[in-house]
Design a protein around this ligand. Structure first.
Ligand code: B12
Length: 227
């Protein structure tokens, strides 16, 4: 029975259905419970939030990621699924503490100064939250001073920086330099991403990690967290 509701959650994430009003990417599903109703039902039935996240939400997003890579899904499809996961996470968040799950760590994320692109960062945020991290999202167009101030105040284990423009990607290096100047660089692992960014570029600016997509972001942070 619990497997049924988890696989229904997974299917509805893949269909990008937040609630029963949504018809789903393939259409014709309106009237049936969506991800939020199913998540609330799963909690009411006593299922563990971890199982809901791992076997329902994250499993669904993994399929979405594969479909995106195979060019079967496009950005709006990915966003619909990400929105469904985000809505479910809001329902689960109060239960995560109650079930005694320790967050894996704290991450601050930001899109750098001059850059308004935040869709990718928002997906990374949702997936990291889904993987058990506390994520503080500073938003987009964030300058190095604000990043330094947030690292000083929040003392996160990780900082995730996003840039989508070749004209703003150097701001990630500037933020890392600003952390050094403020003697905070050794307190935080910095991971970077965004379409123009590469592994090589990440290394050249002194970042600790690079993720090509949201799923890799989680893998990279998990790997750094275990060292
Ligand atoms: C949507 C979009 C916009 C929207 C942004 C809306 C929003 N709220 O984000 C709007 C319309 C506002 C916009 C504006 C502009 N855009 Co624009 N935009 C795009 C577009 C089409 C999609 C970007 C996107 O959302 N992709 C989907 C997400 C899911 O992918 P992603 O961002 O790459 O994120 C993934 C990974 O990169 C990674 N990731 C991202 N961040 C992070 C962070 C970490 C820590 C990690 C580990 C991983 C990670 O994981 C994410 C999830 O899988 C791209 C084209 C493209 N194909 O990339 C152009 C694009 C980025 N834009 C471009 C340009 C030029 C502009 C403008 C300058 C246009 C103009 N003349 O006004 C302005 C700049 C505004 C500004 N100052 O930022 C160019 C950039 C060229 C360049 N090399 O610099 C692109 C490439 C289009 C093009 N081919 O010319 N844009």
């Amino acid at each position: 029975m619990s497997e049924d509701i988890l696989s229904l959650i997974m299917t509805n994430v893949i269909q990008g259905r937040v609630d029963r009003e949504d018809e789903g990417l393939e259409g014709g599903m309106d009237g049936q419970p969506g991800v939020t109703e199913l998540t609330a039902e799963a909690i009411a039935r006593g299922l563990s939030p971890v199982d809901i996240i791992n076997s329902g939400l994250t499993a669904g997003m993994a399929v979405v990621g594969q479909k995106f890579e195979a060019k079967e899904y496009y950005i709006p499809d990915m966003l619909a699924s990400a929105e469904a996961v985000g809505a479910a996470m809001s329902i689960l968040e109060p239960h995560l503490g109650a079930s005694g799950i320790k967050p894996k760590g704290k991450i601050i994320v930001a899109t750098v100064k001059g850059d308004m692109h935040d869709i990718g960062k928002n997906i990374v945020t949702i997936l990291l939250r889904g993987a058990g991290y506390i994520v503080k999202d500073l938003g987009n167009d964030i300058d190095s001073d604000a990043i330094v101030a947030a690292v000083r105040e929040e003392k996160p284990e990780f900082l995730g920086l996003s840039a989508l423009l070749t004209s703003t990607m150097m701001r990630m290096g500037e933020a890392i330099d600003a952390l050094k100047e403020n003697k905070l660089r050794d307190t935080v692992r910095v991971i970077v991403g965004g379409a123009p960014v590469s592994e090589e570029y990440a290394r050249s600016i002194g970042a600790d990690g690079y993720g090509a997509d949201g799923f890799e972001a989680v893998r990279v942070v998990d790997a750094l967290a275990s060292h």
